[in-house]
Design a protein around this ligand. Sequence first.
Ligand SMILES: Cc1cc2nc3c(=O)[nH]c(=O)nc-3n(C[C@H](O)[C@H](O)[C@H](O)COP(=O)(O)O)c2cc1C
Length: 287
Amino acid sequence: MITIDIDKNTCIKCGKCVKVCPVYILTQESPTSAIGLKNVHTCIACGHCVASCPPDSVIHSEFPEHKVHAVDKEKLPTPEQVFELCRTRRSNRAFLSSPVPTEYLKQIVDAAHLAPTASNEQELSFTLVTNPELLKQISEITIETFEATVKMANNPLIKPLLGLFSPEAKKGIPHLESVINRYRNGRDSILREAKAVLLIHTPSTSNFGKQDANLAYQNASLMAESLGVSQFYTGYVCISIGFDKKKKLAKLLNIEGKIHAGMALAMPAFKFPKYVDRQDIDLTIFS
Ligand SMILES: Cc1cc2nc3c(=O)[nH]c(=O)nc-3n(C[C@H](O)[C@H](O)[C@H](O)COP(=O)(O)O)c2cc1C
């Protein structure tokens, strides 16, 4: 059970904790009055009250001293640096055959773990695969699932119905067929010979699992870029997970719940010396 206390001897009554609490647990009648507490059981343990308190007067059971750290402003990237990282991050698929150093993988997962989650649920789990045999099996399971899907879609009884009820799915079938053909002819466009795969999953009861996982993904991909590690989103793997009622991949990797996002990783054969512009931004502003 979460407990929160205010150290009245050190509290300067600045009210910052009151302003930042998303669930209005901390209260203050007037700017100079003491900080009060209500409905502590609704606390989502985001730690904002602790992190915003100048004299460390918020005593929170989830955040003992060793879990509270001063922000080193000197270490923060400038807006220009953030832009440059966003511009230069690419899904570089030209890989070296060497493995991704373990300490890099760890930093990438740690960055993913820092992403925000809905209601601060922090339900994400991560599965990191570097075992070459398992990597092969990830591609193989993906392709087998595509083969079963294509077979079903081409069934003479189902084909006309698919066109009628899901024209988009029907349009995707030739694409899946070309991915399958490439794979069966020796070219794996599922993992592209990546040396690691990071899967991000949640319990199936999670309300915002997909959103949480994709935000974590983007943290990880920016960290990968800054470490000089190549990554791409394993969209094919994720689509096939959606098709596969038998949950073969989850079973292979002992994953319970739902896999929402996946990242293939490897060291780049070379770095891009340039970046190109995106399409023109489609932005509407109401001011
Ligand atoms: C949801 C999603 C799924 C993707 N799936 C794949 C994939 O299965 N294989 C692949 O090589 N790249 C995949 N990508 C990478 C995109 O093709 C890539 O992000 C896009 O072409 C833009 O290039 P950039 O990432 O280098 O900026 C995926 C990206 C996203 C966002």
